[in-house]
Design a protein around this ligand. Structure first.
Ligand code: N01
Length: 548
């Protein structure tokens, strides 16, 4: 697309590009690679951090590792990259993934087009020039016809508004904004709020170092052992040899993970067989426990069987019956909230220096100078760890200050919840593409696989728009309404929406509209739908030709 002349309100200092990308995690790095290295476009990536990595840059809390298997949690677009990288463990720790992403940045010479330590403060669509004008906290203005958000689904930290936090004389940290120098827990009394995937990873590691760990649990969480272990050369060589088959599987199945969901229903087998299947999945470890029977997420009775099995296994680990009871008083079907996998989480509660506090029965009253006050008692603390999650999916997008034609903000457009077409485009926001936006499979998948699919689709759409002299490409209201209705319908056929406190529904953030955000139709099917849309000349998108 030819570089349009700046509109009258534009200042001389505006820097112009073919595309702007926000974020330098998996998504932003790949977008830069495709658009610049393959299409030859002039691209700038804007990144708030001083390095690449996204989630893996920020989440440096103790015990942080990936819940997808290392050799599958990677870019798949280049066989050479797959073959040359060596993963050390079944589930990689955060530093290893960050090293990998730095390697990718160097291998494809990406850094020179990334502006680090640069936070986007606003993005406004300039109607006169059909370009996005992005402002940053460095006072810069950058313009490009296409704006791609690659900000991740889980990057806006949720720090609950608990009265008295400002009075706390100790130190507090959120797991998603962990200090680079680490936190010294030695000899400290630590309180950790939150028992999601993060808290469940962090607690065992903190407990080993701290004098005391108090875990404040609001909702008991299921967890299955990760059964993590180092990988040996023979295993790695096998996976690399099998890569073409594994890659096809991950690109075409429901969740982008390298396993298939069983074709058996829970009650099609005897109780003995069922228990044997659960036991095998437990011993094997990892997220694939969900795949033991195909009806687990649609049939409550089937899910109850799996839940009962997990409860039984946890109770066999935790020695104190009262603590075991609190840890297993589940209020939602298994996996309807993102199920964690753990390394010694439940065993941690057998330690003398660990205490579980039920803040559902007795909520936190306030934070005092010297600890957390609950039921009139102050639990003395030196450090508070907020493992309280994120304003998921919409939070990172709404923070960008995006305003479309007429100045209508994304926050206004989504006042009643996000509405997108395919999780990729938003009505009223031309030339804006959202990688793994609400309405896409994203967080229900092995993320790099979903990210690659989105970035490839977006890069093709941009190439098509440029080739066809398109000034604006924008999701139509009808397409966005229909897609959002479809996302809801599919969710309603499952047990997922029954987890009322899930971040999938936005329920963890006070006042956030309750809308089931990720698309449950499966990544393989979703890929087909996206490909059909592209093949049809972008059905569901309104297209405005370039002037002149
Ligand atoms: O956050 P969460 P997370 N008072 O929202 C509690 C991904 N991830 O950071 O359930 C008291 O799951 C909240 O309680 P409740 C993964 O997709 C991936 O753990 O709302 N408690 C819950 O216990 C995951 O799902 C990996 O009642 C409050 C916890 O805090 C997502 O990130 C590793 C509270 C938050 O759990 C988010 O996980 C880790 C309050 N006001 C995470 N507010 C890997 O695969 C919240 N809580 C690498």
């Amino acid at each position: 697309m030819p570089d349009a002349a700046p509109s009258p309100d534009a200042q001389a200092s505006i820097a112009t590009f073919d595309a702007l990308v926000i974020g330098a995690g998996f998504a932003g790095l790949y977008a830069l690679h495709l658009l610049r290295n393959q299409q030859g476009l002039k691209v700038r990536v804007l990144e708030a951090a001083d390095g690449v990595g996204g989630t893996w840059y920020w989440n440096r809390y103790p015990g942080a590792r990936c819940d997808s298997e290392s050799w599958s949690y990677c870019f798949q677009f280049d066989d050479a990259l797959v073959q040359e990288w060596t993963w050390s463990e079944r589930y990689p720790r955060q530093p290893e993934i960050l090293r990998y992403l730095n390697h990718v940045a160097d291998r494809y010479d990406l850094r020179r087009d990334i502006a680090f330590s640069t936070r986007v403060t606003g993005a406004r669509f300039d109607e006169a020039s059909d370009r996005w004008v992005v402002t940053t906290d460095r006072g810069e203005r950058l313009a490009a016809p296409f704006l791609i958000t690659a900000v991740g689904c889980l990057s806006a930290a949720n720090i609950p508004d608990i009265p008295g936090l400002a009075d706390f004389r100790g130190r507090w940290v959120h797991t998603g904004e962990w200090p680079h120098e680490g936190v010294d827990f030695r000899g400290k009394r630590v309180g950790m709020i939150g028992t999601g995937s993060t808290g469940i990873q962090a607690a065992p590691v903190i407990a080993e170092e701290a004098a005391q760990l108090t875990v404040f649990q609001r909702t008991p969480n299921y967890s299955v052992p990760a059964q993590n272990h180092p990988l040996d050369d023979a295993f790695r060589a096998r996976k690399k040899a099998e890569w073409p088959v594994l890659r096809r599987l991950m690109r075409s199945n429901t969740n982008g993970h390298p396993y298939t969901i069983s074709e058996r229903d829970t009650f099609s087998v005897s109780e003995e067989e069922r228990r044997a299947a659960y036991a095998q999945a437990w011993d094997q470890g990892g997220l694939s426990f969900r795949a033991t029977f195909r009806d687990m997420m649609v049939n409550k009775a089937a899910n109850d069987e799996a839940s009962a099995y997990i409860r039984e296994r946890i109770r066999a680990i935790v020695k104190d019956p009262r603590t075991a009871e609190l840890l297993t008083a589940f209020d939602h079907p298994f996996a309807t909230k993102r199920p964690p996998i753990d390394t010694g989480y439940f065993e941690t509660f057998n330690r003398d220096n660990v205490r579980l506090v039920d803040i559902r029965a007795t909520p936190i009253e306030r934070i005092a100078a010297d600890g957390i006050v609950i039921g009139g008692e102050t639990i003395p603390l030196d450090i508070i760890v907020f493992a309280t999650g994120f304003d998921a999916m919409t939070g990172p997008l709404l923070k960008l200050g995006i305003a479309g034609p007429g100045g209508r903000t994304l926050a206004e457009a989504w006042a009643e919840g996000p509405r997108t077409y395919l999780g990729l485009g938003v009505e009223g926001f031309p030339n804006l593409f959202t990688v793994t936006g609400p309405g896409s499979p994203s967080v229900l998948t092995n993320m790099p696989v979903a990210i690659e699919q989105h970035v490839e689709w977006i890069a093709s759409a941009i190439a098509w728009a440029r080739a066809n002299r398109v000034a604006r490409i924008e999701a139509t209201g009808e397409a966005a309404r229909n897609w959002t209705a479809h996302v809801n319908e599919v969710a309603e056929r499952t047990l997922y929406p029954t987890a009322k406190s899930s971040w999938y529904l936005g329920a963890n953030i006070p006042g956030k509209p309750r809308v089931f955000m990720p698309y449950l139709g499966g990544l393989g099917r979703y890929r087909e739908i996206c490909d059909e849309v592209a093949a049809s000349g972008y059905r569901g998108f309104a297209v405005t030709p370039l002037r002149g």
